[in-house]
Ligand binder design. Structure first.
Ligand code: LLP
Length: 448
């Protein structure tokens, strides 16, 4: 089929399968192979690798990274793109982006090790996070990270101690908290004064001045990150960036050099049909507020690059009825994709087989096998009958998907696959039950 039938969801407000596919060019549906990612039918991946499995499109990662970089270039901004590794720490994903010229925004030694293993040079790594340990700081400074974003006076003392012990001087930016409301989910709002992140704008000038006197620390600039999945337009960004620009001027007026401004991440994507801002809009907001300061700019997007590039492939274990409700129980669960349980997030769910893509729809609840009612991916979603072993794909699962998985209910971590054109490879093995249980041992006094 050229395009799937204009199947309307049971809930009229939900986009149709055709509408969901239209916005995701790496996914297509055809009568032969059903749902296909780049040139690889998802059914083939399920047959060879099993389910649940995360599947990433290298082409989509490249296109999206390129679109963001080009939007910044088109606005004539001198701006580096540091991928927020927390969104997707898969080594092959990081290598794909590294080959396109991405740097990394990291928040732990583990993420730093992954970024370096992926081929990102230390100089293109920014170390963010509200609570870096001394051991992490020592490792990062020893590796020569390009910048540490400090979030408190206490942390600056730790950075200084770590750097001087190593006989190094490290470039440090202050992360400021501009107290703006980006109107996103409360759990992922980070730039309001009640949030734990950054230092208050009012405290920043004195702190920056004191950094200039701190051994092992070279103050290079300021940073902010106001939240994630920002879809409510550019106004919160613009307000925050204007405050940053004012701060740059204040610091310079005090004779303090400011070379860099890190604009953070947060650009939202349309999971359902939300109007989401474009990279060009973000570039425009940066240009209008920070464009004339003569600073080196940085952004640290995660979701916008990786989210739409990935799907979570799952199989139906069984369908059942409780009274009038139809429940479709999958082999994926909240331990795999926690976003619906944690943020009430909406993810598109598409059947994979060509017949299921055009079959009549009826409402159902899509759930996992975990023993919590919160293990519900969607309620009242219009889907076909979905017999046992039918496949479904969760859309936009490339960011904060595998990255947030757990082994709750003693369920092993799912496999991860990278698709590139007609090729695909397992880029993270499915965790074996042996590996899952390996670290556990009984205390010696239970031996007898
Ligand atoms: N920079 C910093 C300092 C961050 O804390 C984050 C995300 C980013 C950049 C990247 O933000 P992005 O461009 O991906 O929005 N688990 C949540 C999202 C948590 C975001 C945490 N920080 C979710 O699944 O929606």
């Amino acid at each position: 089929m050229a395009a799937p039938a204009p199947a309307l969801s049971a809930d009229d407000a939900d986009p149709s399968f055709a509408e969901l596919l239209a916005g995701r060019p790496h996914l297509t549906a055809n009568a032969q192979d059903g749902l296909t990612i780049e040139e690889v039918p998802l059914a083939r991946i399920a047959a060879e690798v099993g389910t649940p499995t995360w599947v990433y499109s290298a082409g989509s990662l490249r296109r999206r990274f390129g679109a963001l970089r080009d939007a910044l270039r088109d606005a004539a901004l001198d701006c580096e793109v540091h991928f927020a590794v927390k969104a997707n720490p898969n080594l092959a994903v990081l290598r794909t982006l590294a080959r396109e010229g991405a740097g990394a925004d990291i928040v732990s030694e583990g993420e730093l090790r992954l970024a370096l293993a992926a081929g990102i040079v230390p100089d293109h790594v920014v170390f963010s996070g509200v609570g870096k340990t001394m051991a992490e700081l020592r490792f990062a400074i020893g590796q020569g990270v390009g910048q540490i974003n400090a979030e408190s006076v206490e942390e600056i003392a730790m950075i200084s101690a770590a750097a001087t012990a190593l006989g190094r001087t490290v470039d440090v930016a202050i992360r400021v908290n501009p107290d703006v409301d980006p109107r996103t989910h409360a759990k992922i709002t980070t730039g309001k004064s009640e949030n734990k992140f950054g230092v208050a704008m009012a405290d920043a000038p004195a702190l920056y001045a004191s950094m200039a006197q701190t051994p092992g620390v070279r103050p290079v600039g300021i940073a902010t990150h106001i939240g994630s999945q920002i879809t409510a337009g550019m106004s919160a960004y613009s307000t925050a960036y204007r405050a940053l620009a004012d701060l740059v001027r204040t610091l310079r007026a005090q004779g303090l050099p400011v070379e860099r401004v890190d604009c953070g991440g947060g650009l939202g994507i349309p999971y359902r049909d939300e109007p989401a801002p474009s990279p060009a809009a973000l570039a425009g907001a940066i240009k209008a507020t920070l464009g004339n300061l003569g600073v080196k700019l940085m952004v640290e997007p995660g979701r916008w690059i990786a989210g739409p590039a990935g799907v979570l492939l799952a199989s139906v274990i069984l369908s059942k009825r409780n009274g009038s409700r139809r429940f479709v129980i999958l082999d994926a669960a909240m331990n795999d994709l926690v976003r619906p349980a944690m943020y009430e997030a909406w993810h598109g769910i598409l059947p994979v087989s060509a017949t299921d893509l055009v079959a009549p729809l009826s409402p159902c609840d899509i759930v996992g096998p975990v023993c919590e009612t919160g293990d519900t991916f969607a309620r009242n979603r219009g889907l076909p009958a979905l017999e046992p072993a039918s496949l479904v794909a969760f859309l936009d699962a490339g960011a904060y998907g595998a990255a947030m998985s757990s082994t709750y209910n003693a369920r092993p971590l799912a496999a991860e696959v990278l698709v590139d054109g007609a090729r695909f490879a397992v880029v993270r093995e499915r965790q074996s039950l042996d590996a899952l249980l390996a670290g556990q041992r009984l205390p010696a006094w239970y031996a007898t």
